[in-house]
Design a protein around this ligand. Structure first.
Ligand code: HEC
Ligand code: CU
Length: 347
């Protein structure tokens, strides 16, 4: 019988080390307490019915020791655990970007080049993979025990996870959040392949155009392109260089333009107004599916300035960026760097 599921990612290795340390520590203390109790029970047993032990009035040294030693141990565990957690939360910048949508009762995955899979996920060995996830109906939870990763998949919002597979093979994939009658059937397989096999698989998987290309077509069809024109940036912000940049809002706040921000800009444009623009963008709530939203995001992501996407991108920029827009400022410069055309517009 196996004690743990297979260990098949870098994160799984660090989670396991911490876990084994905790188990060993527990055994150490359990054993120590067990032996002491036995020893004291024998050593200090009552030998005479009239025996009256000497009263004990405490020991500052002993009490400090049993406060200080557990404190040091617990802080060590905290530090180690925080490191593992932090590493598991922040994907490396060169991660391969994948998209997953959960729905009752299946997992739909999509690769940037457009390949789609259901209840299957093919990934290359040794390369960090970042997954952006959302749900079409209720809350699900994406769980790959062999990689020690599990994250809720929530309707109306994006969650992310990442891992670097370290073993070739097939590993179980579960939904770990009860989501209706066929929840137990919402399972599948992650297939880790050698990079060359993975490339071959990608080219054989039959994609109808990359996600970014699909997104670009949608951008035309939904009328986004009519407003967001790179040649006439006066009334609407152009989409080049938006993704991954920090955007200054009309209320003076600064936000990073990540997937969640772009999603909100499309579904609820009034929630965050870009500084210097009027809130004229219509909401597309109910008009775009989760799939289409992800394609639009992939397209806008493909227009990001190189090196600015927080998790890198497998999508090559489709259009050459036009002249740099002076409007965007970096966080360090603060919201005060507002350029001329904007001031004019604000009046
Ligand atoms: C009627 C014109 C209009 C249409 C149509 C329109 N937008 Fe916008 N959009 C705007 C304006 C104006 C802003 C800036 C003000 C704001 O934040 O709402 C904006 C802001 C945005 C932002 C935030 C940009 C930034 O610089 O931070 C994104 C992303 C965006 N739009 C995407 C889209 C997408 C995708 C579509 C099509 C589904 C679309 N827009 C359709 C006018 C439009
Ligand atoms: Cu589910």
């Amino acid at each position: 019988m196996r004690f743990l599921p297979p260990t098949a990612s870098t994160g799984a290795e660090s989670v396991d080390s911490l876990y084994y340390f905790l188990v060993a520590l527990t055994f150490l203390f359990t054993g120590g307490i067990f032996l002491s109790v036995t020893y004291f029970a024998i050593r200090y047993r009552r030998r005479d019915p009239r025996e009256c032990p000497r009263p004990v009035h405490g020991s500052a040294l002993l009490e400090s020791a049993w406060i200080a030693i557990p404190f040091v141990i617990v802080m060590f565990i905290f530090g180690w655990g925080a490191k593992v957690y932090y590493d598991l939360s922040v994907p490396p910048t060169d991660a391969l970007q994948l998209y997953v949508i959960g729905k009752q009762w299946m997992w739909k995955a999509q690769h940037p080049d457009g390949q789609r899979e259901i209840n299957e996920l093919h990934v290359p060995l040794g390369r960090p993979v970042r997954i952006v996830m959302t749900s079409q109906d209720v809350i699900h939870s994406f769980y790959i025990p062999a990689f020690r990763v599990k994250r809720d998949v929530v309707p109306g919002s994006y969650t992310t996870m990442w891992f670097t597979p370290t073993k070739v093979g097939r590993f179980h994939l579960f939904c770990a959040e009860y989501c209706g009658t066929e929840h137990s059937g919402m399972i599948g397989w992650v297939t880790v392949m050698e990079p060359t096999d993975f490339e071959r698989w990608l080219s054989g998987a039959g994609a109808e155009g990359s996600m970014a290309a699909t997104g670009e077509k949608l951008f035309q069809r939904l009328g986004c392109a009519g407003c967001h024109r790179s040649d006439a940036p006066g009334r609407c912000p152009p989409m080049t260089g938006v993704f991954g940049s920090s955007v200054v809002l009309a209320n003076g706040q600064t936000v990073i333009a990540d997937e969640q921000y772009v999603r909100e800009s499309i579904l609820n444009p009034k929630a965050k107004i870009v500084a210097g623009y009027q809130p004229v963008m219509p909401s597309y709530q109910g008009q775009v599916s989760e799939d289409q939203l992800l394609s639009l995001i992939a397209y806008i992501r493909s227009l990001a300035a190189p090196g600015t996407t927080e998790a890198g991108t497998a999508v090559q920029p489709q259009a050459a960026p036009p002249a740099p827009q002076p409007r965007r400022s970096r966080v360090s410069e603060g919201p005060t760097t507002i350029t001329q055309p904007e001031r004019r517009q604000r009046k």
